[in-house]
Design a protein around this ligand. Structure first.
Ligand code: IPE
Ligand code: IPE
Ligand code: MG
Length: 259
């Protein structure tokens, strides 16, 4: 497919001082609440406020894409009451926040397998996406019932359904248009709050060359200042995409762009 942003394994992407795309695992809500002798779900509620602040900060800083992990394909394993609370919170958030996002020229997208969600939630998701589709200040993508493996499997399955003749020969370029985030540049910066240093089946494909930032701060306590700290850390990274430092400094001739 033409006009897709570059793949980091095929072309060396342009790098800017402010990350164009930030991907976040918003972890630590439950522990935040527990520290305050509150039920876990109170942490999720505060988590929505943290997200609101981070969205605004990204918009102000000129980040173009913010992708957040709200519910993983494995989070169904949690106690039924917590899952049901999260679904209700998601629905309320869509109902309450979408008008504000729209006023702020923010586009909302939702990725993940929507099939298990109830009809009301599905309708709300569709409407929110439709309303904000032409907004240009920031694209906020919420990953809900999302898994990196699901994304790759779903892409392959859809591609092979449309192009069975590719079964033996397909390449990265053939499959790429079927991935959830194919039209968005790969994340420059990944942030995981809550102290764990793992990907937990988030955007496995797209994180190939992303800078990974981990912080002990629990998600409800993460805000503008913490985001700025993460970006300052990012600005000190040397993004080599497989090359040497000397090449980046222009001391050696550039190698081939394509594998
Ligand atoms: C992340 O916070 C939010 C979701 C997974 C929905 P957690 O609920 O995982 O909080 P901790 O990790 O138990 O503190
Ligand atoms: C990852 O957090 C998923 C989200 C933040 C939505 P988890 O808390 O579910 O991850 P694990 O289980 O600690 O790896
Ligand atoms: Mg967690």
């Amino acid at each position: 497919m033409a006009n897709l942003p570059p793949s980091s394994t095929r072309t060396i992407p342009d790098v800017s001082n402010i990350p164009r795309h930030i991907a976040v695992i918003m972890d630590g809500n439950g522990r935040w609440a527990k520290q305050r002798f509150m039920p876990r779900v109170a942490g999720h509620q505060r988590g929505v406020e943290a997200l609101r602040e981070v969205v605004k900060a990204c918009r102000d800083l000129g980040v173009e894409y913010l992708t957040v992990f709200a519910f993983s394909s494995e989070n169904w394993r949690r106690p039924a009451e917590e899952v049901s609370f999260l679904m209700t919170l998601f629905l309320k958030m869509l109902e309450r926040e979408v008008a504000k996002l729209h006023q702020n020229n923010i586009r909302l997208r939702i990725i993940g397998d929507r099939s298990p969600f109830d009809d009301k939630l599905k309708t709300s998701m569709d409407e929110a996406e439709k309303l904000t589709a032409n907004n240009t200040a920031l694209t906020l993508t919420i990953a809900a019932n999302y898994g990196g493996r699901w994304d790759a499997m779903h892409a392959m399955r859809t591609m092979l359904k449309e192009h069975p003749e590719l079964a033996q020969t397909f390449t990265e370029e053939d499959m790429r248009p079927y991935l959830s985030m194919c039209d968005v540049p790969e994340p420059d910066l990944f942030i995981r709050t809550g102290g764990e240093q793992r990907i937990s089946n988030f955007m496995l494909w797209q994180l190939a060359y992303t800078e990974l930032y981990f912080t002990e701060i629990l998600w409800p306590a993460f805000g503008r200042k913490e985001l700025e700290t993460a970006i300052a850390w990012y600005q000190k990274r040397e993004r080599r995409f497989g090359r040497t430092s000397e090449q980046l400094l222009g001391e050696q001739p550039q190698g081939k762009n394509h594998a």
